[in-house]
Design a protein around this ligand. Structure first.
Ligand SMILES: [Zn+2]
Length: 67
């Protein structure tokens, strides 16, 4: 298991995994609008800390990057 996060280039948030309900909702929302799914970007905790995205309140509550 590698610690890290996932996001997409269009996402405002990063998540601990693709299983996150908010992430899944976003994917379905795009699909409903006919927007193709964005490629998933893997982030290390370090990268997540420096990314413009903010951590997801749903899945990142217990695994926030150490600042
Ligand atoms: Zn999430």
């Amino acid at each position: 298991m590698s610690a890290g996060y996932i996001t997409t280039s269009e996402s405002e948030r990063y998540h601990t995994s693709e299983e996150c309900p908010l992430f899944q909702r976003g994917r379905r929302g795009n699909e409903a609008q006919g927007i193709p799914p964005r490629p998933i970007v893997q982030l290390t905790p370090d990268e997540a800390r420096q990314a413009r995205q903010t951590r997801c309140p749903e899945c990142c509550t217990s695994e926030e990057p150490t600042i």
